[in-house]
Design a protein around this ligand. Structure first.
Ligand SMILES: NC(=O)c1ccc[n+]([C@@H]2O[C@H](COP(=O)([O-])OP(=O)(O)OC[C@H]3O[C@@H](n4cnc5c(N)ncnc54)[C@H](OP(=O)(O)O)[C@@H]3O)[C@@H](O)[C@H]2O)c1
Length: 299
C-alpha cells in the first residue's frame, strides 16, 4: 500500500478520532489536531495502540483562531514536506452569535474560513503529493438552506444556531465545488463527506436545549428528542467515519473530484442549492478575499 501523510483536524474525539483510527489501521501517517496537549497526547496513544501503527502524531490549534492556524501550518511545514490528504473535520454548535478573536462570526470562522485558510497555506505541500485530496466534513443540515443571499454571510441581522451551522457548511461546500471545477484531479481532488448523525459531544451540545433549533422543531422537541436518542443509540462513531475514510483513500475515487460522499460511505448528492455555480463562484471570491485580508493581518 502507498503510505499517505494525512492531516485531520479535530482528531482527539468524536468522528474525527474514529476516522483517524481507521486511517491509521490502513498504515498511513496520521497527524491529528486538538486544542489541549494532554487530550491530544491521550488520543494519539489510544490510536497508536488500537491501530498498531506508531506513525500517529498531533499538532495543536484552535480552528477559530487565525493565529493558531498559522502556527499549525508552520509546525506542519517544519515536520513534513508533503501532504497527501487534508481532512477538515472540526465542527461546532454555537447557540448564541459569537465572534472569534479575529472578529469573525464563529460558525463562519470554524466551518468556512479555517478549512480554506488551511488549504491555501498547505497548497504547496498538497501539490507535492500526486493526486492529493481535500476532504471537508459536512452535514445533511446544509440542505436546510434552500434560498440564500450572501449579503449577511456573517449573520449580523439574524442568528439561529442550527441554521448557521448548516449555512456555513453549505458555504464550505460551495468553495469546495468551486475549487473542484478549476483544479485538475490529477493534482488535487476535492470531496465533501457527510458522517450522518452520531452520538458525539457536538450532537450532545446541539440537542442540549433546543435553543438553536428552528421554531418548528423546537415545538416538536418532546417528540423529536426520544426519536433522535434512539437513532443515535445505534450509531457508533465508526459509522460516521466511513464517509471520511472513503473520501480520503478510496481507490475508486482516483481521478475524480467535486463529489459528495454520503453517510453510507458512497458517492451521493448534496442539496440542489449546493450545485448553484454562481453561488459557488461568489463564495469562492468571499473566502479568497477574506484569506488575503487575514494573511495581511498575520504578516
Ligand atoms: N455528530 C454528528 O451527528 C454529526 C453529523 C453530521 C456532521 N458532523 C460533522 O462531523 C464533524 C465532527 O463532529 P463530531 O460530532 O465528531 O464533533 P465533536 O465530537 O464535538 O468533535 C470533537 C473534535 O473537534 C475538536 N474541536 C472542537 N472545537 C474546536 C475548535 N474550535 N478548534 C479546534 N478543534 C476543535 C475537538 O478537539 P478538542 O480536543 O480541542 O476539544 C475534537 O477533536 C463536524 O464537522 C460536524 O459538523 C457531525
Amino acid at each position: 500500500m502507498n503510505t499517505k501523510t494525512i492531516l485531520i483536524t479535530g482528531g482527539t474525539g468524536g468522528i474525527g478520532k474514529a476516522a483517524a483510527l481507521e486511517l491509521a489501521k490502513q498504515s498511513h501517517y496520521i497527524i491529528i489536531t486538538g486544542r489541549d496537549k494532554s487530550t491530544a497526547e491521550k488520543a494519539v496513544a489510544e490510536i497508536q495502540e488500537e491501530s498498531r501503527n506508531k506513525r500517529v502524531d498531533y499538532l495543536l490549534a484552535d480552528m477559530s483562531s487565525l493565529a493558531d492556524i498559522n502556527n499549525l501550518v508552520e509546525a506542519f511545514k517544519s515536520k513534513y514536506d508533503q501532504l497527501d490528504v487534508l481532512i477538515n473535520n472540526v465542527g461546532i454548535v454555537a447557540h448564541e452569535r459569537q465572534l472569534s478573536e479575529d472578529n469573525i462570526e464563529l460558525n463562519f470562522a470554524v466551518h468556512t474560513l479555517a478549512p480554506f485558510v488551511l488549504y491555501k497555506e498547505l497548497l504547496p505541500l498538497l501539490l507535492k503529493a500526486k493526486g492529493a485530496r481535500v476532504v471537508n466534513v459536512l452535514t445533511q443540515n446544509h440542505a436546510m438552506v434552500n434560498r440564500h443571499s450572501l449579503s449577511d454571510f456573517q449573520s449580523e441581522q439574524k442568528y439561529m444556531g442550527m441554521n448557521e451551522y448548516g449555512k456555513t457548511k453549505l458555504y464550505n461546500l460551495w468553495w469546495l465545488y468551486d475549487l473542484a471545477s478549476s483544479t485538475s484531479p490529477h493534482q488535487i481532488s476535492f470531496f465533501g463527506a457527510d458522517p450522518g448523525p452520531n452520538n458525539t459531544q457536538l450532537m450532545t451540545n446541539a440537542m442540549q436545549t433546543g435553543k438553536s433549533w428552528p421554531i418548528g422543531l423546537r415545538i416538536l422537541r418532546p417528540v423529536v428528542m426520544p426519536i433522535m436518542k434512539s437513532v443515535l443509540k445505534n450509531k457508533p462513531v465508526s459509522n460516521g467515519a466511513r464517509s471520511i475514510v472513503f473520501a480520503a483513500t478510496a481507490k475508486e475515487l482516483e481521478g475524480k473530484t467535486g463529489l459528495y460522499i454520503n453517510d453510507k460511505g458512497r458517492i451521493g448528492k448534496s442539496s440542489k442549492l449546493s450545485y448553484d455555480t454562481t453561488k459557488q463562484q461568489e463564495m469562492g471570491k468571499v473566502v479568497e478575499e477574506m484569506y488575503h485580508l487575514t494573511i495581511k493581518k498575520l504578516a
